[in-house]
Design a binder for this molecule. Structure first.
Ligand SMILES: C[S@@+](CC[C@H](N)C(=O)[O-])C[C@H]1O[C@@H](n2cnc3c(N)ncnc32)[C@H](O)[C@@H]1O
Length: 216
């Protein structure tokens, strides 16, 4: 993320219903135990400042949203947004999405997984730190329900092409058409903060989505 400092969180804002540590997730994990109801679950990996969750939770009140963010200050910031809108269908877990997907999330628990602008790790020797790697993508496939969707957006063409290749070669996820993004109606009418930043700079954004094949 950019290093610009984050706005202060209102003093006294209680985040306890919105910000969880990895060890505070229900064991075994169920959507019902986490949100107190049975609803389709969507998971965002690398929540950043939380714009996606802020909009998606109010746009789709019948879905539950879990954001996963490894950086404590961003996890708190995004949770504070949910807390101040008294959001009943969104929570943030502060932790490593790779571990969460591999060790905690059960098969077929999510209808969608969203990965927007994951850290590119530009240097060749750092690329092994990327989130979109084979093991993670296979975990995403396992965690998605049949027909569930993986959304992946990035501004890094090489990362995009490499990820598409991995997905085509080693999963049963089928690429589907991404709807054309609409023109923003207000200053924060973007999927995420990074999308907003990239569009302000007229950068190319590579978007893909995949459906998990329905088992026969
Ligand atoms: C470039 S930012 C994009 C944030 C947001 N998705 C957006 O589009 O505005 C990537 C985010 O992913 C988080 N992140 C990186 N690796 C992660 C991991 N293994 N698990 C969870 N979050 C991670 C970073 O801390 C950072 O907030």
């Amino acid at each position: 993320m950019g290093r610009r400092s984050l706005r202060n969180i209102a003093a006294g804002l209680d985040l306890s219903s919105w910000l969880l540590g990895e060890d505070e997730l229900p064991e075994p994990f169920t959507v019902e135990a986490l949100f107190g109801r049975t609803a389709p679950l969507e998971i965002e990996v690398g929540t950043g400042k939380g714009l996606f969750l802020q909009h998606a939770t109010s746009q789709f009140p019948d879905h539950d949203f879990l954001g996963v963010e490894i950086a404590g200050k961003y996890a708190r910031f995004a949770a504070a947004k949910l807390a101040s809108q008294e959001c009943g269908n969104g929570k943030i877990v502060r932790g490593d999405a790779l571990r969460l997907f591999h060790e905690v999330l059960p098969d077929q628990c999510a209808m969608a997984v969203h990965v927007y602008f994951p850290d590119p790790w530009w240097k060749k020797r750092h690329r092994k730190r990327r989130v979109m790697r084979i093991g993670f993508i296979q975990d995403v496939q396992r965690v998605l329900i049949d027909g569930g969707t993986l959304h992946f957006w990035t501004d890094v063409e090489e990362y995009f092409r490499a990820t598409l290749q991995l997905i085509h070669k080693s999963t049963a996820l089928d690429e589907s058409v991404v709807p054309e993004p609409s023109s923003p109606e207000h200053d924060f009418d973007y999927r995420t903060h990074f999308e907003r930043r990239m569009r302000f700079h007229n950068a190319t954004i590579y978007r893909a989505q995949f459906q998990k094949r329905v088992a026969k």
